[in-house]
Ligand binder design. Structure first.
Ligand code: ADP
Length: 555
């Protein structure tokens, strides 16, 4: 055997070499076990070779290193044994400065108590708590701290996982702000709602008061009152109505009131009522209503529409005033005027006759003075006769007895003859005739002349410096219009509204002209009987154009 060839020294050296190699191998194994070594370089037949150590825990080590949470292990003293780089980043320190340091160095003062509590419990059970991390530069990071114990070879350690709650806190904070805002909005809404409720309550009370007021007022005024809907149906009457008619609400509500309108007045009532409902203009009409005792009494009806903000009609408020007594008085007056003027006519006619006899007296020369008196008496007598005739007409109109025969009339001739008289009567005026064409209508020549004379007389009466008067006849939309234009004092819109009424005269202290306010009233009646229109266009101080229009006669 060759072994006998080795000397004692040789064997000792070989023994030392082997012991060294054994120690080295032991150290390597230790390093691999403790995870200090990831790979080995081993020299083989093909030279040096790298061997990596893919142990079972490598996956976890990578995972811990890469995860978004901070991961730390502590020993019993609270010193950091291990930290991943995420934790180092959270406290803004390099990794090597974190390991070996007391963990509580990174805990904000406010969280010190909480941290101690969690760590104490963490050694016994898994537990969690919210703490604030504080970095060297003073930045605070809210974290959820989760603790669990780890059994390591060196003994038990405490594993801490730190979840950054900054984003969550921000969301929470935002949520809180949003919540606060929401709450504030809710409070405001609630307050507004309460206020609104109060207002509604107040308004309802107001409404109740005003309704009560209205009812009280409506029931106690001497007139009968009603309200009707835009369509015409009556939906309210005051007590006076029920007292007068003796009917119950249901009988005359809606359109039921038609039963108690005098049959002779019903058509006119309906016409005027419907016209007002359509136009929205004031309803005004005289008619007779049947009383509980089966007698009719005259009433003056007036109704006005009540509109909302947009101008839409909500309903109409109407009153009916008993004018029976006034009507009787007026009838008596008309009757008196009728009789008186009739009685006056006879002596007036004889007076006129006697004056004419005096005027034509030829036997002896009548002194000039007497002649002048006779002439003046003649003028005064004519005026008186016209007045008496007007009065008679008015009473006839009122009694519905203004009747006359109709025939064919050429308006051109009518204007010509009227103007001839006017020229004769008022030589100081300049009459311009613009009625050259023939226009035939059906009418009463005498009555139409009366109208034209009235227009002309008025134009003369109410003219000022300008003494021009134009009489024109023309076709306006198929109707023949005869107009008289002057350049005198004119009329305001308010005056125009009334001038065709009986006995209406404009009260103008500066401009006193004689008259009783009957002329236009009679004229309007005459033109109405001819189925024509009468009207005026005027402005105060700008003169006036009075006209009538009649349908052209179909031939
Ligand atoms: P009177 O006899 O008072 O003139 P009328 O019925 O003829 O009565 O006229 C009524 C009122 O209309 C007059 O009082 C006058 O105020 C007014 N009026 C009539 N014609 C004119 C006119 N051409 N210019 C101005 N006002 C007029």
């Amino acid at each position: 055997m060759e072994s006998f060839k080795y000397t004692y020294e040789q064997l000792l050296a070989e023994n030392n070499e082997l012991r060294f190699q054994l120690e080295e191998a032991n150290d390597t194994i230790d390093a691999i076990r403790s995870g200090q070594v990831d790979a080995l370089v081993v020299k083989g037949e093909e030279g040096h070779q790298l061997y990596t150590l893919k142990t079972a825990d490598q996956t976890y080590r990578v995972f811990i290193e890469k995860m978004n949470e901070g991961a730390v292990t502590l020993n019993r003293e609270g010193i950091i044994l291990y930290s991943n780089s995420r934790f180092a980043a959270m406290v803004n320190e390099p990794l090597e400065k974190v390991i070996g340091i007391y963990f509580d160095t990174f805990i904000a003062e406010v969280s010190a108590g909480k941290y101690k509590e969690v760590i104490r419990d963490g050694w016994n059970n898994d537990c969690k708590g919210e703490i604030l991390l504080s970095s060297q530069d003073g930045k605070l990071t809210p974290c959820l701290l989760s603790c669990t114990t780890l059994d390591l070879d060196e003994g038990t350690a405490l594993s801490l996982i730190l979840t950054d709650l900054t984003a969550q806190k921000e969301t929470e904070w935002e949520l809180k702000i949003k919540n606060d805002q929401l709450e504030e909005a809710q409070n405001i809404a609630e307050r507004l709602n309460n206020e609104l409720e109060d207002t509604v309550r107040e308004r309802t009370a107001d409404l109740l008061i005003s309704r009560e007021h209205f009812k009280l007022l409506a029931n106690n005024i001497p007139q009968m009152t009603w309200t009707n809907l835009p369509g015409g149906e009556v939906n309210f009457y005051n007590q006076r109505w029920f007292d007068y008619t003796g009917r119950r609400y249901g009988e005359t509500a809606g359109w039921g009131w038609q039963q108690i309108v005098h049959p002779d007045d019903l058509q006119k009532t309906m016409d005027v009522y419907l016209a007002s409902l359509n136009s929205g203009k004031v309803f005004e009409l005289e008619n007779r209503y049947l009383r509980w005792d089966n007698t009719y009494r005259w009433h003056l009806n007036r109704a006005e529409p009540l509109r909302d903000d947009k101008g839409e009609i909500l309903f109409w408020v109407g009153t009916a005033t008993d004018i029976e007594e006034q009507k009787k008085q007026l009838d008596l007056k008309d009757e008196f005027i009728g009789i008186a003027s009739h009685e006056l006519r006879t002596p007036l006619t004889s007076l006129k006759g006697y004056l004419q006899l005096i005027a034509i007296y030829k036997k002896e020369e009548v002194p000039l003075m007497v002649k002048q008196y006779v002439e003046k008496a003649g003028v005064a007598l004519n005026k008186l006769q016209r007045l008496v005739n007007d009065l008679l007409d008015v009473s006839k109109i009122h009694a519905g007895r203004l009747e006359y025969a109709m025939s064919e009339v050429n308006l051109r001739d009518l204007v010509a003859s009227t103007l001839e008289n006017a020229n004769h009567l008022y030589p100081e005026f300049d009459f311009i005739n613009r009625s050259e064409r023939n226009f035939f209508i059906a009418g009463n020549a005498g009555r139409l002349e009366q109208v034209l004379v009235n227009f002309i007389n008025n134009s003369v009466k109410y003219s000022t410096d300008n003494r021009k008067i134009i009489v024109e006849t023309r076709n306006v939309d198929g109707k023949i219009r005869v107009s008289v234009t002057d350049f005198g004092i004119g009329l305001s819109a308010g005056q125009i509204e009334h001038i065709f009424e009986r006995f209406y005269r404009v009260e103008d202290k500066k401009f006193m002209a004689s008259g009783l306010g009957m002329g236009l009233y009679i004229s309007a009646e005459i033109i109405n009987n001819h189925h024509g229109n009468i009207g005026v266009k005027s402005e105060l101080g700008e003169g006036a154009t009075f006209y009538f229009e009649l349908p052209l006669l179909e031939k």
